[in-house]
Design a protein around this ligand. Structure first.
Ligand SMILES: C[S@@+](CC[C@H](N)C(=O)[O-])C[C@H]1O[C@@H](n2cnc3c(N)ncnc32)[C@H](O)[C@@H]1O
Length: 286
């Protein structure tokens, strides 16, 4: 396990994932009944953009940094802006004052009400220890140091039985696409009404299309695909973009995402062949 998310925090993939996640959390919070959130690859929960790793990677500058440089970001991405502002009280339009970047666990915790629950899974010992330091003292949250693929089977269905699962692997091993697809489908069998968000990297368009087609063929739950391509996806050696497969999305999610995603694409997907893709590998049910 060599992957460290600190090098990548706030990059284009995080922006896409976190903006979509915040819309889904907002929809969950619209109903009073309690929910349970599960983050199978949690990371450390909080990142210091001034830290050595973030500075060496510098990826956030082409992600959250490029978005916030436009003063219109506050109105185009109100949920994302509010979350960043909570964490960076000095944040100003134009992006001044951005120092800390939220990991998914931090965003998920922020959405919890008194009776909601959050389960976080992280295998790496240092990341797990940091996660406990950053989010540990909250009785609504359980933090597990265990393998995500095993935990996804063991922890589903959760209690209460309303909520969502984020599956955000590092994709550092060859078989992780297969494992992620299998884990998602297995989770769906155990908890068919849960909402699922699977993040995946895009290098070659053809191979990610085949991956999504295979998942959609094996389960007929409604599935929305959202992809942000920085450039044409035809190289095996570069990360050309990323996508989210959203299973059982909340009502009208695609419509709610249209404005925020258009803004993100206009700022981040500026090379030839870049852009957005939103479609339904399995259709929405009435
Ligand atoms: C992409 S990062 C997660 C980022 C986080 N979800 C966010 O949005 O802030 C993937 C994380 O998964 C962890 N990881 C890798 N393999 C794992 C496994 N088999 N089980 C649990 N965690 C794993 C890595 O240590 C890393 O922290």
């Amino acid at each position: 396990m060599n992957y460290r998310h600190s090098f990548h925090a706030g990059n284009h993939g995080d922006v896409l994932k976190h903006v979509v996640l915040l819309e889904m959390l907002d929809a969950l919070r619209a109903k009073p009944s309690p929910f349970h959130l599960l983050d199978s690859h949690a990371g450390r929960g909080l990142y210091d953009l001034a830290g050595d790793e973030a500075q060496r990677g510098g990826e956030y500058r082409l992600g959250v940094g490029a978005l916030l440089a436009d003063p219109a970001a506050a109105t185009a991405l109100p949920l994302y802006w509010a979350a960043l502002r909570d964490l960076n009280p000095d944040l100003s339009t134009g992006g001044g004052g951005l120092r800390h970047y939220p990991g998914s666990p931090w965003l998920l915790r922020r959405a919890l009400r008194e009776t909601d629950r959050l389960s976080l899974v992280e295998l790496h010992p240092e990341e797990h220890a940091a996660l406990k330091r950053n989010l540990g003292r909250d009785t609504r949250i359980s933090i597990h140091r265990r393998d995500a693929w095993e935990a996804l089977g063991a922890l589903l269905p959760p209690n209460p039985r309303r909520g969502l699962v984020l599956i955000d692997p590092a994709f550092e091993q060859r078989d992780e696409f297969n494992r992620a697809g299998d884990a998602l489908l297995h989770g769906l069998q155990r908890w068919p009404t849960g909402q699922y968000v699977l993040w995946y990297p895009i290098k070659q368009r053809a191979s990610t299309d085949a991956f999504i087609r295979d998942i959609a063929k094996r389960n007929n739950a409604p599935m929305l695909r959202v992809e942000l391509l920085l450039r044409k996806a035809d190289s095996d050696t570069r990360l050309n973009g990323s996508g989210l497969l959203i299973v059982n999305p909340p009502w009208k999610l695609a419509e709610r995402l249209a404005g925020p995603l258009d803004f993100i694409a206009a700022k981040l997907a500026r090379e030839a062949g870049g852009g957005l893709r939103l479609d339904w590998p399995n259709p929405e049910k009435d």
